[in-house]
Ligand binder design. Structure first.
Ligand SMILES: [Zn+2]
Length: 679
């Protein structure tokens, strides 16, 4: 059961006042050129606005009645053959507008309208590709709007809203924007959805054209990965829910490290050993040999088998639009003579994958364009681990050139995942004079930009140390700058990987806040960070908002200290989950702040307010980190009975908030922690 709260104008004003109070004393030192550093731990944005986005909002007023005293004469019109997104758009609109205003909107189909009604000035809301939309002659260029862009227009008394294509998420997003315009509808988490309650609204004069800054936006948190309803409401794509409504094609049941599932060793290694890495282990995750040892026949068979499997997946998933043919998540590469020669010729292992993919994509698109000309499927390969480097070198002028003119053909995108980059700072942090800079990773990107026409970017906002996922994390220095960096580099598909199990709803370290910010910056990289953060705290913590914001800022201040002492978050990182960084009095102070927050929401429990449980869950979630470290680092300072009680309460709370993993590795479960603690 989802619960909703109504945020009145007063709380938005108070958030604004609080924002000024919190940040008035902080000088932004980062307006300079290039990768600047900021000593202010509470601000993230060191860059100016990035140009090139399309977010055009002209909203005026009319004297026409739209909703009056909870009643409306408006009727929603859907196409006769409404697709999933058009139908869902109506369901969502009618549900939320009715909760907010009391008005009930009926729907009709195209064929129920007469020609006079279609051409006339009746009171209709047209959703998607209807006869009313077509009669209005509004041109939408699919290549400009992509899958997520939309328009909302008031034409006479009608409201017309749609994305650019059939089966377009843009149509659904248009309805969420309409709700935002009408009743301040906003989605913060799966449970916290806010809107104003009003009973009378005049028809607004809309002329809105909004296109997300990235055609595809994915965030790996449980909330936005597997909860497809919440992901859609936050206008994000999701990649962990196979089925007819997902944008990402699964290959052999997998989404990213797909090749080992599409062409499994179990089925083919015995008959076609040349398809698999010469140095691959007997079992486990197996890499392929993309040159097939230089054996032309085996190469042809490997390509052909891949294409046939890809065709079958394409037919089975009629709405999928993106397929990543990615290698296994193992840092080794085929060492056969041919693969070695290709690497030496092109200077990169990725050359073998490009040569193979150029054949695969040629055959695949020939088939797709013949059999399904209406479908639009993008293929992708990984620039990751052993294929991170592009087959490109700098010339005498310092410009990258593709080796031997090698090019990734047919619009295939390269998904660059710089897992070894410094994640505390953004990709702009690439000045070679700075410690632990990201210059190596921005240089690799420049190489790929001459080899591929389309770049996708997979950024890490996570850490992998022991107990990483039940302790605090500072995801907030880099977040907005990485979106700006991606926009400036014309990224096609953007993913931010966060830190919790993909099936967990919550993540410690304000991961739900990170996901909310991801949803906003993925749409518009220039959105205002401070306003978003303040709105989030007001909505998600209610009466405890200021206390929790204080706690959030205190944690980030401590991270600034830790980071100034040389801690960086990257692969092979030093661990900051150490007693020296987290003194006992500091941890107790954090826990006291969470207790204060719980006391501030206590009146809601007493009055039976439904929001109490939601606020409580989010406060308890953020108490997990300091409580874990207090027990681990300072447990000996407590009587045995007291320590046991601390552990028992911790266990009960972590079950309540639904955290199942203490770190990414499969064996790092909370169950193992209870065993260690004897609770
Ligand atoms: Zn090989």
């Amino acid at each position: 059961m989802r619960k909703h709260i109504s945020v009145k104008i007063i709380s938005i004003l108070s958030a604004f006042v609080m924002a000024i109070f919190m940040f008035a004393g902080c000088a932004d030192k980062g307006n300079g050129e290039g990768g600047s550093t900021s000593s202010n731990p509470f601000t993230t944005t060191t860059r100016g606005d990035v140009e090139g986005g399309t977010h055009i909002y002209n909203v005026g007023t009319t004297n026409e009645d739209f909703i009056t005293n909870g009643k409306t004469e408006y009727v929603v019109v859907l196409p006769d053959d409404a697709d999933y997104y058009e139908q869902t758009a109506f369901n969502e609109f009618s549900t939320f507008i009715s909760e907010a205003t009391g008005a009930v909107f009926e729907s009709v189909r195209d064929s129920e309208l007469t020609d006079e009604q279609i051409a006339g000035d009746g009171k209709y809301i047209s959703i998607g590709d209807t006869a009313i939309f077509r009669a209005a002659n509004i041109a939408l260029d699919k290549s400009e709007f992509g899958d997520g862009g939309f328009i909302i227009k008031t034409v006479g008394k009608k409201i017309i809203l749609t994305g650019a294509t059939q089966y377009s998420t843009g149509t659904l997003y248009a309805v969420y924007e309409l709700l935002h315009q009408l009743v301040n509808f906003e989605v913060y988490t799966a449970d916290v959805i806010t809107y104003d309650t009003v009973s009378t609204i005049k028809l607004p004069a809309f002329d809105i054209k909004d296109i997300p800054d990235f055609p595809w936006r994915v965030v790996n948190t449980g909330m936005t990965c597997t909860d497809t309803t919440t992901a859609s409401r936050m206008r994000m794509n999701y990649n962990r829910s196979p089925g007819s409504t997902t944008f990402q094609m699964t290959l052999g049941g997998a989404t990213h490290h797909t090749m080992q599932h599409l062409i499994p060793a179990a089925d083919y290694r015995e008959s076609n050993p040349e398809w698999f890495a010469k140095n691959a282990p007997e079992s486990g995750e197996i890499q392929h040999c993309y040159t097939c040892r230089g054996d032309e026949l085996q190469f042809k068979l490997f390509v052909g088998t891949t294409v046939e499997k890809l065709k079958a997946e394409t037919i089975a998933q009629p709405n999928a639009k993106f397929a990543n043919l990615g290698q296994a998540d193992m840092p080794y590469w085929c060492n056969c003579d041919e693969c070695t020669e290709v690497r030496e010729t092109y200077g990169a292992n990725s050359a073998a994958v490009i040569l193979w993919m150029n054949e695969v994509s040629e055959q695949y698109y020939a088939w797709l364009n013949e059999e399904y000309p209406e479908r639009d499927v993008t293929l992708s390969i990984f620039a990751y681990h052993d294929t991170t480097e592009a087959p490109a070198v700098k010339d005498a002028n310092g410009e990258y050139q593709a080796v031997n003119g090698l090019h990734l053909e047919n619009g295939v995108t390269v998904m660059y995942a710089p897992i070894e980059a410094n994640r505390i700072d953004s990709m702009y942090y690439d000045d070679t004079n700075l410690p632990d800079n990201n210059s190596r990773y921005t240089e690799i990107l420049k190489g790929w930009q001459v080899v591929a026409d389309s770049i996708s970017l997979w950024i890490y906002g996570t850490n992998y140390a022991t107990d990483a996922w039940i302790t605090p994390y500072n995801a907030f220095n880099a977040i907005q700058d990485n979106y700006k960096f991606a926009k400036e580099n014309n990224v096609y598909w953007f993913q931010y990987q966060r830190r919790n199990s993909n099936s967990d709803k919550n993540g410690v370290g304000f991961m739900n806040l990170a996901a909310y910010l991801d949803s906003k910056f993925g749409w518009n990289v220039n959105a205002d960070y401070n306003t978003l953060v303040n709105n989030y705290f007001n909505a998600v913590y209610g009466p405890a908002a200021q206390t929790m914001l204080g706690y959030f800022n205190a944690l980030r201040a401590q991270f600034a200290v830790i980071e100034n002492n040389g801690y960086f978050s990257r692969m092979g990182e030093t661990n900051y989950v150490e007693a020296e960084y987290w003194p006992e009095p500091l941890l107790k102070q954090y826990i006291a702040m969470c207790d204060k927050a719980l006391a501030e929401i206590e009146p809601l429990r007493e009055s039976g307010d439904a929001m109490y449980d939601i606020y409580k869950e989010q406060i308890v979630l953020e108490s997990i980190g300091p409580r874990f470290m207090l027990i681990e680092f300072y447990g000996l300072n407590y009587h045995q009975s007291e320590l046991l009680e601390m552990k028992t309460e911790f266990k009960s709370d972590i079950i309540d908030v639904g955290i199942t993993q203490t770190a990414e590795i499969a064996t790092a479960t909370v169950g193992e922690l209870y065993k260690k603690w004897g609770v």
